[in-house]
Design a protein around this ligand. Structure first.
Ligand code: AMP
Ligand code: MG
Length: 424
């Protein structure tokens, strides 16, 4: 068993073990939020035919070559074509066909002129300007060309992609199978929110943060609930997780206390422990094991530590199992606009929020950074990566951060108030 890995080593070791599950075909809207299971190429052109982008007249540009305000060209209007209908006639020299937005371009026409630019008469129109061949025409395949790669394997089906797939007439989409993630909370002290709180006990919070995160990612959480700090009980619960899910995540009991029994439970199960402890705060006593080709990740019980390590270590693994391509959280650089006076002999991740003003990114801490403080995770959308051996952080210094939450909101917010707080 390896001990004290760098975060990046822990990520790599686990990602090497993780495999996507199978693939399946699902109805289009069930594919929303799921991961595309194979490259999807366009089976057709979109649009499938040349069409008019506006209400006007389809005509032959050649007919208009001598048109001018003083010398208008007169064309006979042969018919009218609405969107969704096929033209019955061709545009022959000296004629035009009235077309509505989205109507197929009639044969013979090579340009469309908008209503506003012509003078309409009884079954005829006058054109005052020469038109270029191809003017005002949406060509077949203008949006998507037949054979084009529209959704590479591993891409997430977004609202826009769902629409794009629909525009190709695809009603069943190949996606990776959803993964089931079992969540086990160890701790004699844990109670479930609907129970009246007994003195000395606390409500289990991590379970709900992790379950919600799993759902957000598109994994199916299998909730195994609270289990007391006894080796056999934890082993039985982990075994149940292995039997019912594709990966098992536990919290608590991974440190060196007398009742930290997860490691013993893993040994009892015959699981191979891959590593124990990562060089970072919070959440260093993380344990990872393998059993039945399934990964078990034991996170620290401290609620903030559990979530931070879940995001940095477990989420990339879940994403790989889901078939995603982008596994690790994005990284960014920003100016630290706050105070953090403690030195960091060990690498430390600080809960913070990104702000943008005048094109510059800033980060501010979201509150207390203690292992058990969950509150500062609520507004947190980046984790500042403070290297081991750093002194106190200085206001105005540049820092690296992992993006773990929604940074769109940060960019929408007015930053003035926090700038003022720092300035005075
Ligand atoms: P442990 O990792 O088991 O030593 O737990 C560390 C701290 O986190 C202790 O104060 C526990 O009471 C607390 N804790 C453990 N699991 C949970 C949980 N699921 N929800 C909230 N607090 C927890
Ligand atoms: Mg415990």
């Amino acid at each position: 068993m390896r001990e004290n890995l760098l975060l990046e080593e822990a990520q790599e070791v686990l990602l090497n073990q993780a495999r996507p599950l199978g693939k399946t075909l699902v109805p289009l809207m069930e594919a929303f939020g799921r991961v595309v299971g194979q490259d999807i190429r366009a089976c057709d052109n979109v649009p499938p035919f040349n069409k008019s982008p506006l209400d006007g007249y389809a005509l032959r540009s050649h007919d208009t070559r001598k048109a001018s305000p003083l010398n208008p060209v007169r064309l006979t209007v042969r018919e009218e074509v609405r969107a969704g209908c096929m033209p019955g006639q061709e545009v022959v020299p000296g004629t035009a066909i009235k077309v509505m937005t989205g109507a197929p371009l009639p044969a013979g026409a090579d340009a469309v002129i908008k209503y506003e630019d012509v003078k309409e008469g009884e079954n005829c129109l006058e054109v005052y300007q020469p038109l270029k061949a191809g003017g005002n025409i949406i060509q077949a395949g203008d949006d998507i060309t037949q054979g084009e790669l529209v959704a590479p394997q591993g891409s997430l089906v977004s609202p826009a992609l769902a629409g794009l797939l629909a525009s190709l007439g695809l009603s069943r989409i190949p996606v990776f199978s959803q993964i089931r993630a079992a969540i086990v909370s160890t701790g004699d002290e844990l109670m479930t929110p609907f129970e009246p709180l007994v003195p000395g006990k606390i409500y289990n919070s991590s379970l709900y943060s992790l379950e919600a995160r799993c759902r957000e990612l598109g994994a199916l959480p299998v909730i195994l609930g609270n289990v007391p700090d006894r080796v056999e009980a934890v082993a039985a619960c982990l075994q149940q997780g292995l039997a019912t899910a594709d990966i098992v995540i536990s919290t608590g009991g991974v440190s060196v206390g007398d009742y930290d029994v997860v490691q013993d439970a893993l040994s009892e199960l015959g699981a191979e422990i891959i590593f124990w402890k990562i060089k970072m705060k919070p959440g260093s006593p993380l344990i990872a094991a393998l059993k039945d080709n399934k990964i078990i990740i034991g996170l620290s019980g401290n609620p903030a530590a559990a979530m931070v390590t879940f995001d940095l270590v477990a989420v990339p693994v879940l994403k790989k199992m889901m078939g995603q391509n982008q596994l690790l959280p994005g990284k960014t650089k920003a100016v630290f606009l706050d105070r953090f006076d403690k030195p960091s002999p060990e690498r430390r991740f600080l809960r913070a929020r990104l702000h943008r003003r005048n094109g510059m990114d800033f980060v501010r801490l979201t509150g207390e950074q203690g292992n058990g403080v969950l509150k500062s995770l609520v507004a947190c959308n980046v984790l500042i990566d403070v290297p081991a051996g750093s002194g106190p952080l200085k206001t105005g210094q540049q820092v690296n951060a992992y993006i773990t939450g929604n940074i769109n909101e940060s960019y929408q917010q007015d930053f003035r108030s926090s700038l003022m707080r720092i300035a005075y």
